[in-house]
Design a protein around this ligand. Structure first.
Ligand code: ADP
Length: 645
């Protein structure tokens, strides 16, 4: 509805006309001015106007009319058109009629007759303004309601979207959770696979490395085959390094590698490095320097094994990639000797004059399995630097590299804790010079289901003067331990009949075996495995493949041994302390030696050994010679004592 009307109702035509005239001037332009002479006509006109889409904004009605009175009429209008404003116009003030219209027709105003024209005009202006305002308000209200409805709809759809999205997120979350579980299972499977693979590879390596170590010490073997044995040992060691590298990398990636700091003699450590790399440098006819600057500590507290691994890899690379010139290891210390307890730094720099590294490859060399440049002839896996970098950062340093004019430079700085005033720990002497130990002979029980593994320990320890007992399962081991009370037990973990964990439980339960130190020896070498052994009560852990140095260090630790070194030739030094059985006991042995009957020699020696513990050294010497099938040596050794008879 666009146009509005004003309807005037009065039964007096003159009044009606005058009213119309007075309204026309101010309002005629914008409003239809309609007139009716009775209430009934007026209602009909409103109806018609309504049909023509014209809305009656204001009705001005006389009160006193024939038929329907003004107030009655206005109430009717109000019933049908509540928005229409109503003004009552009357000559006689009828309080009742006005009250009626006010109460039931929401009368807008009452105007007394005769009216003042200005008053009428103002009242109508105000009424129309009010009407339009009401209209606008109503429209705004409608709009608001529409907006409200739209908002409600939006809200509902938003809620739907939120619940859809939540459902999607829950589904994605479930998928992620599932994927994480799968990844964890895969990760566990990978760790288990690596642990198993490492175990399976270490077991045969125990035989290879064990026997190559035994044979390399064997004086009866000629230099040429010994070179071969050395190659076997080197290749086995290389294989072991690879296995360890792969395990290390996966441990580092799984954040399972823990450092084991300990105090160690730093100068001996550096000397070891020189002893290891000097021959390699000599072989390539390049110079190898160790330079120390600043104050270098005597004792360092760090994870020695890992520090060695870092330098081993960096120096190994430097020598590998250098064909002429020199490789220099520089160690710069910042120790203040008057402040022994404060932390200090050690900087390690490895510089070479080799093939160098292209600057664009400098980032890549730290990636696993990454090898750059053309050196297809060189051996290597590309794992070394990746592990080295991670180890350095585990130790709190940063491995850095730069390309030099000629060659390359790697360096890192470690901040190490100040030294305690404790006396430097004693260090096991290198095994190659240990030939025996002071005091009474010690008995070691070796329990392992693989005879090759037992044979390695027996082969390593017999020449040094230990008595060896063997058992191929936990049950037999337990019986032997209880019956013979060995000084120390070395036991495998996985064995038929009774495994290592049940064995140690039983050994600890029995007062006879409780004091015996027990060492776990296994090819499962993870930190978890070590921890499990420690928790079970094992006093030490000997990783397979067994390294003679480590084995001897463990024996020294638990049996408080004082080693006899090779400074004097074996035969003489031992002869000094050997008690020889009386000549009549030696006849059969001498005869067996003369015909080279090794089995009979061994039997005889064991018989003599059983006669008295004082014959231990004698027996060890002869058993060593027998193992080397050195019947001539045995004959020579025994001859003087037999002749005396
Ligand atoms: P790799 O077992 O191949 O030596 P690394 O991870 O130790 O593996 O080294 C990765 C690569 O970085 C090497 O293959 C070589 O290309 C490069 N590299 C490392 N050290 C040197 C060096 N001192 N001189 C030249 N190149 C080097």
């Amino acid at each position: 509805m666009t146009k509005l009307a004003i309807l005037c109702v009065d039964d007096e035509a003159v009044v009606l006309e005058s009213l119309k005239e007075q309204l026309k001037r101010p309002f005629g332009k914008d409003f239809y001015i309609e007139i009716a002479e009775s209430s009934e006509d007026a209602l009909a006109i409103i109806q018609e106007l309504q049909a023509d889409q014209i809305e009656v904004a204001l009705v001005i009605s006389d009160q006193i009319m024939p038929g329907m009175k003004g107030d009655e009429f206005l109430i009717k209008v109000h019933d049908r058109f509540p928005k229409t404003l109503k003004i009552l116009l009357t000559g006689q003030a009828s309080a009742e009629a006005v009250g009626n219209a006010v109460n039931h027709a929401r009368l807008y105003r009452y105007i007394a007759k005769p009216w003042d024209q200005t008053d009428l005009s103002l009242t109508v202006t105000e009424a129309l303004r009010r009407y339009q305002q009401d209209q606008q308000l109503a429209q705004q209200n409608q709009q608001l309601q529409r907006v409200n409805q739209e908002l409600a709809q939006l809200n509902a759809s938003l809620e739907q979207k939120v619940s859809d999205r939540t459902a999607q997120l829950v589904a994605v979350n479930q998928q992620l959770h599932h994927a994480k579980e799968i990844a964890e299972v895969a990760n566990r499977a990978k760790s288990a696979f690596l642990a198993n693979m490492s175990h399976e590879l270490r077991t045969p390596l125990n035989g290879i490395l064990g026997y190559s170590q035994i044979l390399m010490r064997d004086e009866a073997i000629a230099p040429k085959p010994k070179d071969g044995i050395r190659v076997i040992h080197q290749s086995g060691t290389h294989l072991l390094t690879l296995i360890n590298d792969i395990l290390d990398l996966s441990k580092i990636e799984a954040q399972k590698l823990e450092l084991m700091p300990q105090e160690f003699a730093f100068d001996a450590f550096l000397t070891d490095m020189v002893n290891l790399f000097q021959p390699k440098a000599d072989q390539k006819e390049i110079v190898f320097h160790l330079v120390t600057e600043g104050q270098i500590p005597q004792i360092v507290q760090a994870d020695q094994k890992r520090l060695r691994q870092i330098l081993f890899n960096l120096l190994g690379n430097a020598i590998k990639f250098t064909d002429q010139g020199c490789v220099t290891l520089t160690v710069i210390g910042s120790v203040q000797f008057d402040q022994r307890l404060t932390p200090y730094t050690l900087t390690f720099e490895i510089k070479d004059t080799g093939i160098g590294i292209a600057s664009e490859a400098l980032d890549r060399i730290f990636l696993p399995f990454e090898q750059v440049g053309d050196h297809s002839q060189q051996e290597g896996t590309g794992l070394g630097l990746s592990i080295t970098q991670k180890l350095v950062s585990l130790m709190g340093g940063t491995l850095q590299v730069e390309s030099l004019n000629q060659g390359s430079r790697f360096w890192f700085t470690l901040t190490l804790p100040g030294m305690s005033d404790a006396i430097a720990p004693s260090y096991a002497l290198p095994s190659q010079i240990i030939t025996g130990y002071q005091g009474t002979p010690k008995t070691i029980l070796v329990i392992d289901d693989l005879s090759d593994n037992r044979a390695v320990v027996v082969g390593m320890l017999t020449p040094i003067g230990f008595n060896l007992l063997e058992a191929s399962d936990g049950q037999t081991g337990l019986e032997i331990a209880l019956a013979q009370s060995p000084d120390l037990i070395i036991s495998d973990l996985t064995m038929p009949k009774m495994g290592g964990f049940e064995l140690i439980r039983q050994l600890q339960n029995d007062p006879r075996s409780r004091p015996i130190p027990i060492v776990a020896s296994t090819a499962s070498v993870s930190q978890d495995d070590r921890l499990r052994c420690q928790t079970a009560g094992y006093q030490d852990f000997l990783a397979k493949p067994i390294q003679l140095d480590e084995l001897l260090a463990i024996l020294q630790r638990h049996l408080n041994l004082i080693w006899i070194e090779q400074a004097a030739p074996i035969a003489e030094s031992l002869t000094d302390s050997i008690v020889v059985p009386p000549s009549e006991e030696l006849v059969l042995l001498y005869q067996a030696a003369q015909i080279g009957h090794i089995e009979q020699i061994t039997q005889e020696v064991l018989r003599l050994k059983a006669l008295s513990p004082t014959y231990h050294g004698f027996a060890v010497k002869l058993l060593t010679l027998a193992e080397q099938f050195d019947d001539v040596g045995i004959t020579k050794f025994v001859e003087p004592y037999v002749r005396k008879a």
